[in-house]
Design a protein around this ligand. Structure first.
Ligand SMILES: Cc1cc2nc3c(=O)[nH]c(=O)nc-3n(C[C@H](O)[C@H](O)[C@H](O)COP(=O)(O)OP(=O)(O)OC[C@H]3O[C@@H](n4cnc5c(N)ncnc54)[C@H](O)[C@@H]3O)c2cc1C
Length: 288
């Protein structure tokens, strides 16, 4: 298959890239790793008239640990680099979840910004961003704004990005004191999109009481899904087996799986409870 004809621009700076997007608006798409966009163009599911290639833009791929513990990741940081970067080591869930994203060759090219902007509800990293309470910096020629990851994902393959905006930076705050995290998924084969996946963060105090919890799922609805009731139910408990079972039961009720060729919504709902319980045990152990 071949794509429909398009014009290709290769800006060298963010300003130049944003000016092009402002000029061409919805007619233009940013090209990051091309791992989702190029197949879509080849199948003619996407037919942008203009590609604004971000691969030569300087300064969009930095990974920085800031003094207050915030991890800043430029949108063009390749997934393989984020997976291996020692700076990202304070957030081991990034490597754990990225390991499940496609295959090494795809992670070598694919970028974190492209993965999040693509907004596939089956994607692992959007759920991880919700569990970590990340914020996204969106830039346009008009200026910059930032928003919580939870406000970014609106519907399948649809985000809060305006036609002239770029996802420029992902900002992940330091984990709460005493936190542990885990990412788990169930997929038919390694590298496949998950039938159900979960990112879990739990924190415990010196007495072994849970002080914070965030559970977020992929393949669980039209967007990555936070499970606020399940998360809130854990706070103040000691994550006994009964507490975990109660939270997993709430999570099962909170997800809105849409079903796929591989799994019915009922099976996905069942899996949500299973992976939630397993991930909570693991994250709690790590928190200790
Ligand atoms: C065989 C295969 C298996 C895969 N399996 C998985 C999987 O298991 N899990 C998973 O999560 N993904 C999977 N993917 C998708 C892969 O992770 C892609 O790399 C990713 O979804 C898109 O990232 P990219 O950098 O390649 O973006 P591109 O394909 O270049 O772009 C994707 C979309 O985002 C837009 N975009 C890109 N960057 C920006 C930006 N900075 N600001 C605004 N818009 C932007 C583009 O215009 C386009 O619409 C798979 C892909 C393949 C080919």
């Amino acid at each position: 298959m071949k794509p429909a004809p398009f014009d290709w621009h290769t800006p060298g700076s963010i300003e130049e890239a944003l000016a092009l997007k402002a000029r061409f608006g919805e007619e233009a798409r940013f090209l990051a790793g091309g791992q989702s966009l190029v197949p879509a163009m080849n199948f003619r599911v996407a037919q942008p008239a203009v590609l604004v290639d971000l691969n030569r833009v300087v300064g969009l791929d930095a990974i920085l640990a800031e003094a207050d513990g915030t991890l800043s990741i430029g949108a063009m940081a390749r997934n393989a680099r984020v997976e291996r970067d020692a700076t990202a080591g304070n957030h081991p869930i990034l490597a754990e979840a990225l390991h499940e994203v496609a295959h090494p060759q795809i992670r070598n090219r694919g970028t974190l910004g492209g993965n999040l902007s693509h907004a596939d509800p089956a994607s692992e990293m959007p759920a991880v961003m919700l569990a970590l309470d990340a914020r996204f910096v969106l830039r346009s020629a008009r200026g910059a704004r930032d928003m919580p990851a939870a406000s970014f994902f609106l519907a399948p393959l649809t985000t809060a990005l305006e036609p002239d905006e770029m996802l420029a930076e992902i900002r992940i705050p330091a984990l709460p004191r005493g936190a542990g995290t885990a990412f788990l998924e169930v997929a038919r084969r390694r590298g496949d999109y998950a039938m159900m996946g979960v990112a879990a963060m739990v924190a415990r105090d010196a007495d072994g009481v849970c002080t914070a919890a965030r559970l977020a799922f992929c393949s669980a609805g039209p967007t990555p899904m936070l499970a606020p009731r399940a998360s809130a139910a854990l706070v103040g408990t000691r994550l006994t087996e009964a507490d975990i079972a109660a939270a997993a039961d709430l999570a099962r009720q909170e997800v809105e799986p849409m079903g796929s060729v591989q799994a019915s919504p009922a099976y996905q709902r069942h899996l949500a409870g299973v992976v939630a319980a397993r991930a909570l045990r693991l994250a709690w152990e790590r928190a200790a």
